[in-house]
Design a protein around this ligand. Structure first.
Ligand SMILES: [Zn+2]
Length: 197
């Protein structure tokens, strides 16, 4: 229905999670109809965040600084590393107030059929980090989906010779991919009742 720049704008908006054709068109129309400065501020804010956020070289999370605020915080307990799928999960776990250790973000879950192997989940980087800081416990806070289970099994088997406690959150908890359905309270309980692998 749209053409020209408006069509391009709608097509770009359609890439957002949960945004279909109709919503994308409505948003595109809204952006060109509202006060121009508000739309310019939004565009600038996107540019600023996109340019400024990069993967922390230590934990791989997306952060404004490198190392990120967690890796550079000397108050945090380096005896525990919590391994999560993505940066959003770090903030979910922070919200439970159950964890004072450091994090590692895999970026993906293993999915050999989709070409996502150990390199894509940054396993070597995790292994290097573990050798470097020698933690006592690795908590695998991953979604119990087929990909999550594959990832948990892979990491646990690879780390076994290192003689570190490897734990996971209590089972049945939709996490990561279904983060919005997991309350902070549920996650907090799952964290407290974590189990050895
Ligand atoms: Zn970091």
């Amino acid at each position: 229905m749209f053409n020209g720049l408006l069509k391009d704008l709608a097509q770009n908006l359609k890439q957002f999670p949960g945004v279909g054709e109709k919503t994308a068109q409505r948003l595109a129309m809204f952006l060109i109809s509202q006060d121009k400065d508000r739309s310019r501020n939004l565009a600038q804010s996107i540019l600023d965040a996109v340019d400024k956020y990069n993967n922390c070289t230590q934990c791989n999370m997306l952060a404004e600084t490198d190392p990120c605020s967690f890796c550079s915080d000397t108050e945090r307990d380096t005896k525990r590393i919590c391994v999560v799928e993505n940066t959003a999960d770090v903030f979910l776990i922070q919200n439970t107030h159950e964890f004072r250790g450091i994090y590692f973000v895999l970026g993906h879950l293993l999915s050999p059929l989709d070409g996502i192997g150990p390199t894509e989940i940054n396993f070597e980087k995790l292994a290097d980090r573990i050798k470097q800081i020698k933690p006592e416990e690795i908590i695998l806070a991953l979604n119990p989906s087929p990909e999550g289970e594959t990832t948990i099994n892979y990491i646990a088997s690879q780390l076994q010779p290192m003689n570190i406690a490897i734990t996971r959150l209590s089972t049945g908890l939709p996490f990561g991919g279904d983060i919005e359905y997991t309350s902070s309270m549920t996650l907090s309980h799952a964290f407290k009742r974590r189990m050895p692998i």
